[in-house]
Design a protein. Structure first.
Length: 422
């Protein structure tokens, strides 16, 4: 089988590494990829949102499967584009454009959850013309207030505010002031859930599904979960407190109705569902859906799948995922993200990353790197994710940190407290 993966982060490197191990694989390509993906696949210089160019390229290179990493091509309808006659034989892993709205619109996701009785925070949504009603709703709620831009805002569209007046001002900035551009033309205001977060990942061919390992990520830049939000500074899998009782609730109350809900609404969905949860007094609530795998969660979830990922994805083509056996490595996995100094604000690129070859017993997933004259240099805010295994997450983390000590680039920063709250 010839496979093309779309994306250029640690998530895509993790997909590439898992798929590269499959006996079913002939040729593996990543577009555009990074220095890490080039060690297990061939990088291709293609834009992941230029569907016409992608279509021509995959036909020319006899690609059998396209795995979509990030949400942007999904929200733009890459699945639907690939339903054209000449592309129909290609197994595109990702939901249809309609399915991608679960991530693309917070209001749609909340309405979907309500239609299917899936537990989530109480909410109301407001447009520009309903600013007054929105302010009145804020008055009704207890602080802190949770304001969410309806559309995609690069992970920045959620505000959690303690003061009533400030919440009202922010609502006005979002709806009228265009704070998040078109993404905040509509704002979801919801009840604050006080609990602990975790994520579950589900793989579905649209008929049956498999639950993948749980993970917890650390989004803030600073230790102790302080400072600005980032794409994710580290992750742990499995989540130690996600015991069987909790996971049974998650499966019955959340996963099953989500998959059944998609089917009953005729929403074509063949891909990954990433469900962000808040656990409040041992009860799970959905915070958000993403229609793709998480990054850096993928860097701990996929390495724990010890069965053939490509075989599982290949089964999507005939909706035969139920015949696959997904095997999970019982060990814990951790990943620690090394980022460029300054990130998530302005940062430099092009710094040489040294001594990657000294890493022992960990996997270095490249998140933002490129090759420059044979040298690996930084090419993004999040640069590399160092993944390790252990009998528990503490043992795994120790290995990740020991190996990070070997690696260096100018102004490298990472959090030394991943898992501190567990
Ligand atoms: P989202 O982009 O929807 O994942 O929201 C970003 C972050 O805001 C989440 O990871 C949570 O930490 C927090 N958050 C979102 N919704 C709520 C809520 N209803 N209650 C408490 N925290 C929330
Ligand atoms: N790590 C969070 C995300 O991928 O959205």
């Amino acid at each position: 089988m010839n496979v093309l993966i779309l994306g250029s982060g640690g998530r895509e490197h993790a997909f590439a590494l898992s798929i590269s191990k499959s006996p079913l694989l002939k040729k593996l390509f990543v577009a555009p990829g990074n220095a890490g993906t080039s060690s297990v696949a061939t990088n291709v210089d293609l834009s992941i949102t230029d569907f016409e160019a992608l279509a021509a390229w995959v036909l020319e290179h006899e690609i059998n499967m396209v795995v979509v990493g990030p949400e942007a091509p999904l929200v733009l309808g890459i699945y639907d584009f690939f339903q054209r006659e000449e592309l129909q034989h290609i197994n595109l892993i990702g939901p249809s454009q309609q399915g991608a709205v679960l991530e693309g619109s917070k209001e749609f996701a909340k309405e979907f959850m309500n239609r299917h009785g899936i537990p989530t925070a109480a909410y109301k949504s407001f447009t520009k013309d309903e600013l007054k009603e929105g302010m009145a709703f804020i008055e009704e709620l207890n602080p802190p207030y949770v304001l969410k831009a309806d559309g995609l805002a690069g992970g920045k569209g959620v505000l959690i505010i303690n003061e009533t007046e400030e919440a009202k001002e922010s609502l006005e900035e979002m709806l009228v002031g265009g704070k998040f551009g078109a993404a905040s033309n509509k704002v979801v205001i919801e009840e604050f859930l006080d609990g602990i977060e975790m994520s579950v990942f589900v793989m579905t061919d649209g008929r049956s599904y498999k639950v993948l390992p749980t993970a917890k990520d650390y989004k803030r830049i600073g230790e102790g979960d302080t400072g600005l939000n980032t794409g994710g500074m580290g992750a742990i899998s499995p989540v130690p407190f996600a015991d069987e009782v909790l996971m049974q609730k998650v499966e019955q109350r959340i996963i099953q109705p989500t998959i059944a809900g998609l089917e009953s609404e005729d929403i074509v969905y063949r891909g990954f569902v990433f469900i962000g949860l808040m656990i409040v007094d041992k009860e799970p609530y959905v915070i958000e859906y993403n229609v793709r795998m998480g990054d850096p969660e993928t860097e701990v979830v996929l390495p724990r799948i010890s069965s053939d990922l490509l075989s599982h994805l290949n089964a999507f083509a005939k909706a035969e995922l139920d015949k696959e056996e997904v095997k999970i490595d019982p060990r814990s996995a951790t990943t620690v993200m090394c980022v460029a100094g300054g990130y998530p604000e302005a940062y430099d690129k092009g710094m040489e990353i040294t001594d990657l070859d000294k890493v022992e017993d960990s996997i270095v997933f490249h998140a933002g790197t490129t090759l420059n004259g044979g040298k690996v240099v930084t090419n993004g805010g999040r640069v590399i994710a160092v993944t390790s295994f252990g009998k528990d997450f503490k043992e795994a983390l120790k290995k990740s940190y020991q190996n990070i000590d070997q690696i260096d680039f100018d102004r490298m920063y990472y959090r030394r407290d991943i898992g501190f709250d567990l």
